[in-house]
Design a protein around this ligand. Structure first.
Ligand SMILES: CC(C)(COP(=O)(O)OP(=O)(O)OC[C@H]1O[C@@H](n2cnc3c(N)ncnc32)[C@H](O)[C@@H]1OP(=O)(O)O)[C@@H](O)C(=O)NCCC(=O)NCCS
Length: 184
């Protein structure tokens, strides 16, 4: 996220369903360790659904180090208890790409409290102005909570396909949906 985009879309506060005040803000280079804490706290059941890469501290530090990349937007949800309680992103491969890819991960402690919807809502506001006009994602059929959230945020199913086993993931191939949404 470029410094200009960060200025245009600064931190906002949101109230989670249990009344907790949280902040939604851009990922910063100094969030690396906290992102690593989130990765390391993830139970196997969640890793099954969210595995863009190895979820280790080295990847967390590398992700935070490229916080100012012009080819991605990454937001974190910060609560009084956790500097990075969850995060969501979309990224694309070149300046004039037609599609971006979206991902989201909310830590166990914060799930089911409205954090996912709040992060996606803010991300959608930014995507109206920044990045490709269409956002895509994949989600396993076995993750109905995420499918329902995405549909309610305007994504529709393009096709069903098989998610191949990724190196280091440890789960077998399984059915997934490719979904997309026009963001502007
Ligand atoms: C899936 C995930 C992103 C959802 O975020 P969350 O913060 O837990 O979800 P929210 O509290 O914002 O709830 C989103 C909606 O899902 C609904 N929901 C919850 N469980 C559901 C279920 N089993 N089926 C259908 N809808 C469900 C909620 O009611 C809520 O709708 P509402 O806003 O109208 O009340 C989050 O739980 C997560 O990161 N899980 C682990 C990793 C993962 O699955 N990532 C996605 C990979 S594709």
């Amino acid at each position: 996220m470029t410094p200009e985009t960060m200025q245009q879309f600064p931190a906002i506060t949101t109230v989670l369903k249990d009344g907790t005040q949280a902040i939604i803000r851009p990922l910063m280079p100094e969030d690396g360790e906290a992102l690593g804490d989130l990765y390391e706290s993830m139970p196997r059941e969640d890793v099954r659904f969210y595995f863009p890469h190895q979820l280790d501290r080295a990847h967390a530090l590398a992700n935070a180090a490229k916080a100012f990349s012009p080819l991605e937007v990454v937001l974190v949800l910060e609560t009084p208890a956790q500097r990075v309680a969850g995060y969501a992103w979309y990224r694309w491969t070149e300046e004039d790409a037609s599609r971006s890819v979206f991902g989201i991960c909310i830590g166990r402690a914060c799930q089911g409290r409205g954090a996912g919807r709040a992060l996606m809502t803010r991300l959608a506001q930014i995507a109206e102005k920044v990045g490709p006009p269409v956002m895509t994602l994949t989600v396993q059929e076995a993750n109905p909570r995420a499918v329902a959230l995405y549909q309610s945020m305007g994504f529709s199913i393009v096709r069903a396909q098989i998610r191949q086993e990724m190196e280091g993931h440890g789960f077998p191939p399984e059915p997934e949906y490719l979904m997309e949404r026009r963001v502007r």
